[in-house]
Write a protein that binds this ligand. Structure first.
Ligand code: B1M
Length: 219
């Protein structure tokens, strides 16, 4: 089995120490960090998700896999961030209220920092008021929201409604993402942008910070 497959396999089995060891080997073998991430760590987490969906594994297993993912991510994080030096803008990032999933959100944060953004990470289970208040207090112009559950996606709408109510649209722009989120949903709730993954989140946020039109056609 090649190295990246082994990482995916051991992550799926929740073996954090082995995932860390194999990730170190992959780094030493000069496999690019993005390949280790996509072909090893994310591939392993996809396997877990598939088994979880089919009830072949249960929550404790998923938690172990998440710990193994974390162990691998910590090692490649400096490599993913290596090229970012300049501060190009400030963004608030968080997983919405009721939602504890943070692996994807953390990845988006790493990619943003790597691209030179300052990221104010609010963590998980973030209430709408906190997103808005943290952005205003921290001088951020973009709010990035992550949701992994269909039941928590509507919180994103609440944040956007709050921005509108406080007449902050244009000053605070929003980007949403997460596995169940789509561009259509972003349009429906009035978000400025939808991003599929960390790389596209960087692109979308760069556009918004530069005053680009976003999905709504203007800042
Ligand atoms: Co949860 N879980 N989980 N879980 N879990 C899912 C999401 C689920 C799809 C599994 C399944 O049924 N197949 C399902 C949701 C079903 C639905 O709503 N449609 C589910 C469920 C049901 C639950 C619980 C309700 C289970 C229960 O208690 N009965 C519970 C809810 C807890 C809560 O949040 N209140 C729960 C709990 C958990 C754990 C705590 C055990 C753990 C999370 C640990 C953690 O995050 N620290 C967990 C995990 C790990 C998963 C799966 C297996 C993996 C998620 C993940 O980390 N993927 C997941 C199945 C799956 O998605 N395959 C599942 C890897 C990550 C890199 O991808 O997060 O999609 P992702 O992020 C991507 C993109 O989506 C995007 O970029 C990232 C990089 O490419 N992205 C953004 C994400 N945020 C973005 C923001 C952006 C832009 C892009 O802009 C701001």
């Amino acid at each position: 089995m090649e190295l990246l497959e082994q990482i995916a396999d051991q992550l799926e089995k929740g073996q954090a120490a082995t995932v860390a060891q194999l990730t170190t080997e992959a780094i030493s073998a000069e496999i690019p960090a993005a390949e280790i991430l996509n072909g090893g760590l994310i591939a392993g987490m996809d396997l877990v998700g598939e088994k979880f969906r089919k009830h072949e594994v249960f929550l404790p297993h998923v938690l172990l896999a998440a710990k193994a993912m974390h162990a691998g991510m910590e090692l490649i994080k400096p490599l993913l961030m290596r090229d970012g030096v300049r501060r190009v803008g400030k963004a608030v990032l968080g997983t919405v209220r009721g939602d504890q999933h943070d692996i994807g959100k953390n990845l988006v944060g790493i990619m943003l920092e790597g691209a030179g953004f300052e990221v104010l990470d609010l963590g998980t289970d973030v209430a709408p008021e906190r997103f808005v208040e943290a952005a205003l207090a921290g001088g951020a112009t973009v709010i990035g929201m992550s949701a992994l559950l269909t039941t928590t996606m509507p919180v994103m709408r609440e944040v956007i409604e709050l921005i509108n109510e406080r007449e902050l649209r244009g000053r605070l722009r929003t980007v949403i993402g997460g596995a169940p989120v789509t561009e259509d949903y972003a349009r429906e709730i009035g978000a400025d942008a939808y991003a599929f993954d960390g790389v596209s989140a960087v692109d979308r946020i760069r556009d918004l910070v530069a005053g680009g039109p976003g999905l709504l056609g203007g800042p």
